[in-house]
Design a binder for this molecule. Structure first.
Ligand SMILES: O=C(O)CCC(=O)C(=O)O
Ligand code: FES
Ligand SMILES: [Fe+2]
Length: 422
């Protein structure tokens, strides 16, 4: 019924937003008039479950069905807000979901398609975001219709490629507003990720700065198949200036972003006090998108951090509010997590903003058409030499005749061999 409703809404042509920053082919149920219904579901049905699994020490169970439960308090006793949406996957649309943590405290994930309707697309769970095992495989799960997976939003997870068919899930990201105001919560969120050991399945191409270093090249994910094919053919990189936007579009105090699919990079450009700056768009903390952050003067806030000036600009990550110096990429509060800085300039005609990035260079396969200009040039120089030096020409013609005769001979031998084989 829910999927029917989603289909009707789509067919109506009314506006819809992507349910999260990584899944485009889904629908936010809160925005199609279903918020109140899901608020009742949260209060009446899910809250007691949230309390047992991720609630306060008094509410939390120690064991479910004879199995020890080692969960922590993530505000499950006071869940009072939700973002509810449908995610859908098909081999031709959103194929998978990159590793991530959710923008919530407790996630309820209901399977709504029968497992016979799709292949692949397992949910993969890794460690808790603030633990050393953050990028180690914890559990794999195949969705079952009518079953709900309840997990802390702060556990790294993702969905593998779907091979066949179609899968949909109803996701409820739930939050506790009172829990989020506690100092303990803020402190936990300030801790950055540990980029320690990693299992390949737990690596994220959008959130891990060391993704390209750790993931073998042939397994690196590329957002488009053409980019994947090109990456397999590319053998080297070179620095190139690329256009991000027009200078006119980058007004004072704003930012624009460019995504380099083949390189798996995102670069954000900023204009502050008339000057241009460029940083890695993905926050070193947990991958927040810096081009959506506010830009301010550092003022006296960050003067403790090395090499900061009061007039330098900083961008405030919209996720957990870490601030980065636009000029140096340094964390304004002195934290070692910093952002990569890119060279940035206006194009020669002053119309465009350009950044310098290390691009993968595609080496075309050696084919006769691509070598034709070089062959013609060689032939040209032979003819020239023929006019200049008849002796060379005689030797050259001798060689040419030899190659032609040898070639014809080889061809006929090859044809004879083929005939004998038949
Ligand atoms: O594909 C799924 O079931 C997981 C979706 C998910 O993790 C999310 O939307 O945050
Ligand atoms: S993602 Fe946490 S501060 Fe940026
Ligand atoms: Fe998620």
């Amino acid at each position: 019924m829910l999927l029917e409703e989603v289909r009707h809404y789509r067919e109506s042509g009314l506006p819809s937003r992507a349910p999260n920053s990584m899944n485009n082919y889904g629908l936010v149920l809160n925005e199609i008039g279903l918020r109140a219904s899901f608020t009742s579901v949260l209060k009446e049905v899910l809250l007691p479950i949230g309390a047992r699994l991720f609630g306060s020490d008094e509410d939390r169970v120690q064991c479910v069905g004879g199995v020890d439960v080692e969960t922590e308090d993530w505000g499950g006793s006071t869940l009072d807000d939700h973002h509810s949406f449908i995610v859908q996957y098909r081999p031709t649309d959103d194929k998978h979901l990159d590793m991530h943590i959710d923008e919530c405290d407790v996630t309820f994930n209901f399977g709504v398609t029968s497992h016979e309707n799709f292949e692949g697309n397992d949910l993969t769970f890794c460690g808790m975001f603030d633990s050393a095992s953050h990028r180690k495989l914890h559990h794999r799960y195949k969705h079952v219709r009518g079953r709900c997976v309840v997990h802390s939003g702060k556990r790294r997870h993702g969905a593998m490629d779907i091979e066949k068919g179609e899968r949909a899930s109803l996701i409820m990201w739930t939050k506790s507003r009172s829990f989020r105001r506690t100092e303990a919560y803020r402190e936990r969120n300030r801790k950055g990720l540990t980029y320690g050991e990693a299992d390949n399945v737990c690596l994220s191409y959008t959130h891990d700065p060391d993704y390209k270093k750790l993931m073998p090249k042939k397994f690196q994910y590329h957002m488009k198949q053409e980019a994947q094919d090109a990456a397999e053919r590319s053998v080297k990189t070179e620095k190139r200036w690329i256009r991000v936007c027009t200078s006119e579009d980058l007004v004072e105090g704003t930012s624009k972003m460019i995504e380099l699919e083949q390189e798996n990079e995102q670069v954000a450009v900023f204009r502050h006090r008339g000057e241009l700056f460029a940083l890695d768009n993905r926050c070193a903390h947990m991958g927040g998108s810096l081009c959506e952050g506010e830009i301010e003067d550092i003022g006296t806030t960050g003067l403790g951090a090395s090499d900061s000036k009061a007039t330098d600009g900083m961008v405030i990550c919209p996720r957990h509010y870490m601030c980065f110096n636009l000029r140096t990429g340094a964390n304004v509060e002195g934290d070692p997590m910093s952002q990569k800085v890119y060279p940035v300039r206006l194009s020669a005609d002053g119309k465009d903003v350009e950044v310098e990035v290390e691009m993968e260079v595609v080496v075309p396969p050696l084919s006769v058409p691509s070598r034709l200009p070089a062959l013609l040039q060689m032939l040209g120089s032979w003819i020239f030499k023929f006019q200049q030096e008849p002796k060379f020409a005689v030797a050259g013609l001798g060689c040419l005749t030899f190659f032609i005769v040898a070639g014809l001979h080889l061809r006929s031998t090859f044809r004879d061999a083929k005939t004998n084989l038949r």
